[in-house]
Design a binder for this molecule. Structure first.
Ligand code: CP
Ligand code: NVA
Length: 314
């Protein structure tokens, strides 16, 4: 079975994605009722981070502990991925000592190189191309809020980035329609858009990319936004702000969506930029449930990748 990687959301096919979300809901329930679930006893996840993190680091470390294993955080200064040591050698060495590598990098190619050289599963904890763990938690949050995913409409508003890419590749596999509104020069990648359109066609859902945030959100079940400048792009903040201003998720945009529309944001939020205080702290916001679900969704993912027998947690 080894190694089963999660470099991009497409590494899990439709049935495995569904199985992960179902397991995530069971694990969340188990945790709430205090039922232990040590499904990965003694296993160690090496957590390689080239960028800052709150949610991803904490959820993987705590999650591995709850599964009976442990997470081992490795800071940029310790590993020096691609500087002190090549991704290939890091992957080969860690494969002799731990059971999975979770990596947050600047370059997606570094995660690909880890996966190509590891004999253990490699998990993308965010790269410049994708944030697939985030998409799992996002869909879990939508499923538990609406009681279903099939037929929902998700409107993503803002920068066409790593978070957008994983969402647009995941959502069609759950029957979720996707509308994306970005400034023209900040569209999601053309290649990812083609892949997402192909998936949407297969799954009978709709996907569209447009300029107008108001057109995107009208009647949507969920509005999703993320920072206008991702980690590594901070020096572009001043240039980007005026371009993205009309993509702010505020009361006007939420009202235009509809009375029951919910709001997601992967966090960290730049309040006053892509989202207002009133919206993120208001009744439509699901962002803290969404953040919590990183823990449950990733535990389910780890169980899937590290090969615990199906149903072992029952
Ligand atoms: N959403 C998310 O990945 O948060 P962190 O960068 O804090 O891990
Ligand atoms: N797009 C953001 C997501 C942060 C979780 C970034 O890459 O910085």
């Amino acid at each position: 079975m080894y190694p089963k990687h999660f470099v991009g959301i497409a590494d899990l096919d439709r049935s495995r994605l569904h199985a992960v979300l179902e397991r995530a809901a069971r694990l969340k329930h188990d945790l709430k009722v205090g039922r232990p679930h040590p499904l990965l006893p003694g296993k160690v996840a090496a957590l390689i981070f080239q960028k800052p993190s709150l949610r991803t680091r904490v959820s993987f470390e705590v999650g591995m502990g709850q599964l009976g294993g442990r997470g081992l955080y490795l800071s940029p200064a310790e590993v020096g991925l691609g500087q002190r040591e090549s991704p290939a050698d890091v992957a080969r060495v860690l494969s002799r000592m731990v059971q999975t590598i979770v990596a947050r990098t600047y370059k997606h190619d570094d995660i690909v190189a880890l996966a190509e050289n590891a004999t253990i599963p490699v998990v993308n904890a965010l790269s410049d191309l994708e944030h697939p763990c985030q998409a799992l938690a996002d869909l879990q949050t939508m499923a538990e809020t609406f009681g279903k995913l099939q037929g929902l409409t998700l409107a993503y508003v803002g920068d066409g980035n790593n978070v957008t890419h994983s969402l647009m590749l995941a959502a069609p596999q759950f029957g979720v329609n996707v509308r994306i509104a970005t400034p023209p020069v900040y569209r999601p990648s053309a290649e990812v858009t083609r892949q997402a359109e192909a998936l949407a066609e297969e799954d009978g859902t709709e996907i569209s990319v447009m300029d107008d945030p108001y057109a995107a959100v009208r009647g949507a079940d969920v509005i999703y936004t993320d920072t206008w400048y991702s980690m590594g792009q901070e020096e572009e903040a001043a240039e980007r702000r005026p371009i993205f201003r009309e993509y702010q998720v505020n009361d006007d945009l939420l009202r235009a969506a509809g009375p029951n529309t919910k709001v997601l944001h992967c966090l960290p939020a730049h309040r006053g930029d892509e989202i207002t205080d009133a919206v993120i702290d208001g009744p439509a916001s699901l962002v803290y449930d969404q953040a919590e679900n990183r823990l449950h969704a990733q535990k389910a993912l780890l169980v899937e990748l590290l090969g615990a027998p199906p149903g072992a947690e029952e």
